[in-house]
Design a protein around this ligand. Structure first.
Ligand code: DC
Length: 264
């Protein structure tokens, strides 16, 4: 059973009030729980692995990418991103305090869903349109500062598995276990293409591959918190690994890190 209760609320801007009923959100938090930071390239399967590990350890899974996607969706909906991709950064930064992001656990699907100002946007934030602009939005310093602070607050009692691009390097530099995931771009494109097809999205494999390559470039070359491997991160190249193999690999690492923490 995933340790996320139905109502998990984050409000950008008003940080003090950002996690509603935090004692309810994090029941029985004990300090010997570790934090696990999973970073890596787009479409590497980070979230699938992070969710499975969180479920097995009864930890909280936090999808930091969904938070950047929610802000991107908000910017698109409010016309802060022009057709050619130009972003009205001032308007977006001034509006950050109006953005309410919530993660809620859906007991039917047994999945965590992302809500923006009360509306479920789980499908919308996975669209190609959001994917096409999210790297540019996530390169905005003020957006990162807000989200990083909130992510740090969410993990401060341990027991979190968080995936993203800067978790091991910036958000949780003291995480007891850091993993850096990578996979061949062609393998990632095929996996993502199948996922989109299953969701009835009409797109060519070439467009999917281009988007992934473009995001790799933007994520690794941006000035603010670029994607890079933390020096103490374990590398996991899953080009030729099944989900089960990745899970077993990471569980061994997690158990070791938990034992270490228990001994200290
Ligand atoms: O993990 P994802 O593909 O859903 O992430 C979407 C984008 O958000 C990705 O292109 C980079 C950005 N991101 C980030 O900059 N920092 C994070 N911690 C998570 C995601």
């Amino acid at each position: 059973m995933l340790a996320i209760l139905p109502h998990f609320e984050i409000k950008l801007g008003d940080f003090r009030g950002s996690i509603v009923n935090s004692n309810l959100q994090f029941p029985n938090r004990v300090t010997n729980k570790i934090n696990i930071a999973i970073d890596g390239y787009s479409s590497c399967g980070k979230s699938t692995l992070a969710k499975a590990i969180a479920k097995n350890l009864n930890y909280i899974y936090i999808d930091s990418g969904a938070m950047y996607r929610a802000v991107t969706y908000y910017a698109l909906e409010h016309g802060y991103i022009q057709n050619k991709g130009e972003i009205d950064e001032n308007m977006l930064v001034e509006s950050l305090h109006l953005i309410l992001i919530q993660f809620k656990y859906n007991s039917d699907s047994q999945e965590i869903e992302t809500f923006l100002n009360g509306t479920c946007i789980d499908k919308e934030i996975r669209s190609m349109q959001v994917s096409a602009h999210v790297s540019a939005i996530s390169a905005i310093k003020e957006v990162r500062e807000k989200l990083v602070r909130i992510q740090q607050r969410m993990a401060e009692n341990g027991g979190v598995v968080m995936d993203g691009r800067d978790i091991g390097t910036v958000v949780l530099p003291n995480a007891e276990l850091k993993v850096f995931m990578t996979a061949d771009v062609e393998v990632r494109a095929q996996r993502r293409f199948l996922q989109l097809k299953n969701n009835a999205v009409d797109i060519s494999i070439d467009d999917v591959r281009d988007n992934i390559a473009q995001r790799d470039l933007l994520d690794t070359t941006r000035a603010a918190d670029p994607l890079r491997r933390a020096s103490d991160a374990v590398i996991l190249d899953n080009s030729n690994l099944t989900e089960e193999e990745q899970f077993s690999f990471l569980m061994v690492q997690a158990k070791k890190a938990i034992d270490m923490k228990t001994l200290v």
